[in-house]
Design a protein around this ligand. Sequence first.
Ligand code: MBD
Ligand code: FE
Length: 285
Amino acid sequence: MTEQTAEAKATAAASGSSATLRFLADKQSAGTTSKERVNTLATEVITAVHDVIRRHKVSYEEYNALKGWLIQVGQDGEWPLFLDVWIEHVVEEVASERLQGSKGTIEGPYYVPDSPVLEATATLPMRDGEPGTPLLFQGQVTGVDGKVLPGAVLGIWHADDDGYYSQFAPAIPEWNLRGTVIADDDGRFAISTIQPAPYQIPTDGSCGTLIAAAGWHAWRPAHLHLKVSAPGCRPVTSQLYFTGDEHIEDDVATAVKPELILAPVPAADGDGKQVTYNFVLDPAE
Ligand code: MBD
Ligand code: FE
């Protein structure tokens, strides 16, 4: 989190350095990987790069372009963005093999722990007149055995109607559209928020340079991020999408799964949309 002035723009460098600091604060672990394992993985990654160079006859010009780009990714603070967009989905795929509960997907670079704690029926922190369609997101948390999980906790965070995340874009109040919801004694929750907008990853930094150079696009479908946990259960990190979204089939981060697509209906109170989604948690390992 950086101190940013109200006039500051949502630049790749600003959100990149925030995401980098966030990662260093929360996730960097001392590393318990054995020498044998590091040797195997590092050797195979390097060898895979050698194979690409030989197969495609990579030139010195191309090698230097890569070198310059890699240096730039670091200078922009975009390693969290690059890794979470193009690599994390396969790590998640491997990590979730053989689980029985609700599917999860990647966390991405914009989670912040310890958001404001809210009751089971709650409205996420938002600005007066927060733009966007009101959305009531409700459901229940159970175990794979079907038993309800009282005291389940749902961390929820999502972008605003312009596709910006609090703590990573300037001029948005801290914790806007972020909360830690404590489910009730039946594991139920009912969260009032707004429907997030489709989201473009920052295009003015080195990830954007790669996207433009390769002729790709920067879009992610609109999504809610969630981390759901309960005592004795394996926490699940997920994202939920919206049916009909323009980018549901071509997410730049390859993080959509069919089980994660919501189909909201008009809200019972006539104000916006509502949708029910139940979480099923695997037992802790
Ligand atoms: C996001 O909001 C996101 O969820 C991912 C995975 C990558 C970049 C921005
Ligand atoms: Fe996101």
